[in-house]
Design a protein around this ligand. Sequence first.
Ligand code: ADP
Ligand code: ZN
Length: 665
Amino acid sequence: MPQNNNQNNQNGPGNNNRQTWWTIMLCLLISVSMFAFFGNSLGSSRSREITYDRFVEMIKDKEVEKVLLEDNQLTVTPKKQPLEGMDLTYSVTLVGDENGLNELLADSGVEYSKKAPNVGAEIASAIASIAIPLIIMLLGLRFIMGYMNKGGGMMGFGKSRAKSYVQKETGVTFADVAGEEEAKESLQEVVEFLHDPGKYTQIGAKLPKGALLVGPPGTGKTLLAKAVAGEAHVPFFSLSGSEFVEMFVGVGASRVRDLFEEAKKAAPCIIFIDEIDAIGKTRDTHYGGNDEREQTLNQLLAEMDGFDSSKGLLILGATNRPEVLDPALLRPGRFDRRIIVDRPDLKGRVNILKVHARKVLLDDTVNFDEIALATSGAVGSDLANMVNEAAILAVKYGRRAVSQSDMLEAVELVLVGKEKKERVLSKEERRIVAYHETGHALVSALQKDAEPVQKITIVPRTMGALGYVMQVPEEEKYLNSKNELKAMITGLLAGRAAEELIFGDVTTGASNDIERATKICRAMITQYGMSEKFGLMGLAETENQYLGGKAYLNCGDETATEIDHEVMKMLKESYEEARRLLNENRDALDRLAGYLIIQETITGKEFMRILHTVFKEREQQKSEASVEQERSEASVEQERSEVPVKQETPVQEAEISEQIPEEGK
Ligand code: ADP
Ligand code: ZN
């Protein structure tokens, strides 16, 4: 490496050379990896993805005509198309090695071929796999060298770090933040004062020094702070609380000092401290204390007291745990304003989706209201993520614009993870999962206070679920009635109930359901006054409720034991109810689970259609049975009295036989 480090001229010739070299390397790397990526996907046609399990089943059921293997990916041509004239193939990710596949296909009569792997892509990815780590190593080395030289060794750490976080113009405005109208309103005032501090000081108004943005992760606290800086056109200094405390004693405090020094020079400006709870935790002596953190906190307090707010220096802190903050931080003249940045409501979610879809091409099937309804509880970063995933999916499917089906798939991707097509479940396990999920969906559908079923699937997901039922409320709920909560509990326990009913044995698959159902029961008894036994007595206290905080029991030991008994009783009753519903609708359970095992996924509409068909058939059987009975009664009568009753029976029969062909449509 050329030794021009002592030369402080940033645009020196040596530096220029080096930059060119790096640029070339980077371009090379990018093109190699692009080739590796696209080279692979070039030849692939559009087809439906299925799991390997399903594929094995198809082979066993002799439904397969042809199999083509290319890089680990199988293209399966079925013998029979679902519809005449269709040209559908299935794609499957190979599980295990080729030997396993050969074994499976042996004697099956399936036409098997193998396409030579894309050699270009393979070479490219081999090069990339060597080049990438090498380049990362070189980059890292260069970074460390530069660091040592600039800062003059260890003690310079604090200084150079603080500097590297300045942003002259964030370029973010309030228009980029959606769904946090109250927070924006409170911050608008702050923007005005940063614009023209003089206007306020002339009158003698005291300016705020700091504000605390409080809310769960991903709700847009950082974004809001940047928007304040962007709107006021002032520089944005930022640091994360956890970075302050990661190093040696004294470094944190010196970083705070340096940061304020820099910021004061640049005022008017904003200092943003993310995760302020990491430095601002109560200074308790409980755990022996943390000297480093205490020093940092003391330095921060001193700096906040020391600066003159009329210069237009504003400190914004962000936290999702305001309750652990040291009271000293919250005193007047410090972070005395609290701005709540909560999870967005329905309208907020629609607006956030719109903000992020501004630069995305959408077709006219897209309906953000529907997406927002399905994403209750999601925060801004989740929604931003969904829009982006939907755009990626649209590209993957070869579409020109994002459609609603891409959006819905992206919702699942973000909320429950990717489909894990290569996961192998045994045939028996698939049956169990199918009955379990159908149990949830069926019992929900049979109760009038439950949320409608949107989708049932038994395709496993990367985030652990082996299958799940997606339910979407008809409208955003801010309140839940007792009946709705009970319906929820019964629906949750119905997965286990179905397992027991069908297989006579139960699995570990219900653990999450049980946990959730128990939580709801407990809350009904201790917080919502919904049990007969305890009535309206509040038995728990919640901490920090607007952030979904924890509830702590607040009662005597004996009462706590009684609560446990009451929870058990409620769960037992709900479970019995779920079992009863499933038992009475065994025909629907079998039919739906049967479909699910074959289809792997059923939409809410298909689900309701199948259910209604089962109900109609049941009616029919009933009326046929009663006609039968009437007829036999009638013939008895006839024999006895010789009075002709023939007139009525044939008419009824005709009506019924007319109904039958309609069913098939
Ligand atoms: P926090 O600081 O609260 O953890 P961030 O501000 O870092 O959350 O949010 C991460 C990203 O999520 C943002 O960059 C933005 O793309 C998106 N986002 C979060 N909240 C919102 C919102 N209210 N409006 C628009 N986008 C949002
Ligand atoms: Zn379940």
